[in-house]
Design a protein around this ligand. Structure first.
Ligand SMILES: [Zn+2]
Length: 436
């Protein structure tokens, strides 16, 4: 089911809506948000300079740092009395990012989430268990409201308490799970350990995942844990932009459709800030249209992806963004080529003989950038055969070459010999930056 007619408009009509809303948004923000007015004045831009969609590129970017500088609500465009809801990001370092919604913002937001739920195959028949943590995080209440809008029955389970999660999955006939992909994998493994076969013993057949990216190898793992009947899609959003509801994967599983009537996406080279053509990977920049409480122009998401305008078999005409390739901060420039650790990871995951642990070392030798990737073997008996090792090394090299367009060095090491990390792994060492 397609939730809104805006998802299937011809491109010219989508762009007409975008341009109209962009002009309104720019005037609105110039009038009401002082830090924006200042930025625009400094750049010498007036609202009337925006006459075409291409004119958007004249506008200054908005950064995460703008939220910090104007904490908590200096970027808001309405009075406190008009705000009906606040949310906040987790704020792993320092103060969280606080966002607000008017009643109208909430309506648009939850309708956008309803679209995403439908993209993933949800209907009014579904019983949905939300296993995101509730609280100020936008994920739980966002999916909660969107699923209620389409008429599904929602169980606000929240995160943790695996025993209760499993009891409800069984007793309530849950058909749809909302979770982070890593939690869903964990839950699936616990079920298997307890002798429960999700494909036979549960009614669950839809997964709507968010909060973190899901790679294709993770999706394969998901099917191993939950069975092939389990259709799992991911969706994209961030609290600054509204929360979930920016983009979602349809059941064709070929990227996430962006709700383009409310969000204009651009892809830029994070170093040069130049706009990249469709199909090239770069940093996603989003302009939010029609938001009353917290309008945002050209927000630098820091997420790396590419845009795909080819038609999708689901019938939606909106542009799709690819699975995230990582964060802009993680990007390496090797001999002029942008390389993302996520791309390397994707290649390594597909090779059976090596494990999930790897390290990337970048150095400069004879004025040339050299990248060495160290990977762990799963079976140390391979180390005894030079012929097998060298065949494997060549296979990894050529897979990387076709993915990155770059030659790399590969070091194969014994199982369990690489450093293990608790929390976020530090896999990249760039000696060029250390000036060596
Ligand atoms: Zn589609």
């Amino acid at each position: 089911m397609i939730w809104a007619k805006e998802e299937t408009l011809p491109r010219a009509e989508i762009e007409k809506i975008q341009l109209e809303r962009l002009k309104e948004t720019v005037s609105y923000i110039y009038e009401r948000v002082e830090p924006y007015r200042k930025k625009m004045d400094e750049a010498g831009i007036r609202p009337e300079d925006i006459q075409t969609l291409d004119d958007l590129r004249k506008m200054p970017f908005t950064y995460k740092a703008d939220f910090r500088d104007h904490y908590p609500d200096g970027l808001f465009a309405v009075d406190k009395k008009d705000i009906v809801r606040y949310h906040a990001s987790s704020g792993t370092t320092g103060k969280p990012t606080v966002v607000g919604y008017t009643q109208n913002d909430l309506d648009i937001w939850l309708n956008n989430v309803a679209r995403i739920a439908c993209m993933g195959g949800a209907t009014a028949e579904d019983v949905a268990q939300i296993s995101f943590g509730y609280g100020t995080f936008t994920g739980a209440l966002g999916l909660h409201g969107g699923l209620e809008k389409i008429g599904a029955s929602v169980i606000p389970m929240s995160s943790g308490n695996t025993n209760k999660q499993i009891m409800f999955l069984q007793d309530m006939g849950v058909t749809l799970l909302v979770a982070t992909p890593s939690y869903a994998l964990h839950l699936g493994e616990v079920l298997r350990e307890r002798g429960i076969d999700p494909s036979k013993d549960l009614k669950l057949h839809i997964g709507l995942f968010g909060g973190e990216g899901m790679t294709e190898p993770m999706r394969d793992e998901m099917h191993k844990a939950w069975g092939d009947q389990f259709v799992c899609t991911q969706n994209y959003g961030m609290s600054e932009l509204c929360g979930p509801g920016v983009a979602g994967e349809c059941t064709e599983l070929c990227g996430m459709h962006i709700n383009e009537d409310w969000f204009i996406p651009e892809i830029i080279d994070p170093e040069t800030e130049e706009i990249l053509p469709p199909g090239e990977i770069g940093e996603l920049v989003i302009t939010c249209l029609g938001k009353e409480a917290l309008p945002l122009i050209r927000y630098r998401t820091g997420d790396l992806t590419k845009l795909m305008y080819e038609p999708c078999a689901c019938g939606r005409t909106t542009v799709r963004m690819a699975n995230l390739s990582g964060r802009a901060d993680d990007m390496l420039v090797i001999r002029g080529v942008n390389v993302f650790p996520g791309q390397i990871e994707e290649v390594l995951f597909k090779i059976d003989e090596i494990g999930p642990h790897y390290e990337i070392l970048v150095e400069r030798k004879n004025r040339l950038d050299v990248m060495t990737i160290t990977v762990e073997l799963i079976d140390d008996r391979l180390l005894d055969s030079y012929a097998l090792l060298s065949e494997l090394e060549q296979r990894i090299k050529s897979a990387l070459k076709s993915q990155l367009g770059l030659a790399t060095h590969i070091r194969l090491v014994a199982p369990n010999s690489l450093r293990r990390f608790e929390g976020k792994a530090k896999r990249v060492t760039d000696l060029r930056k250390d000036g060596l």
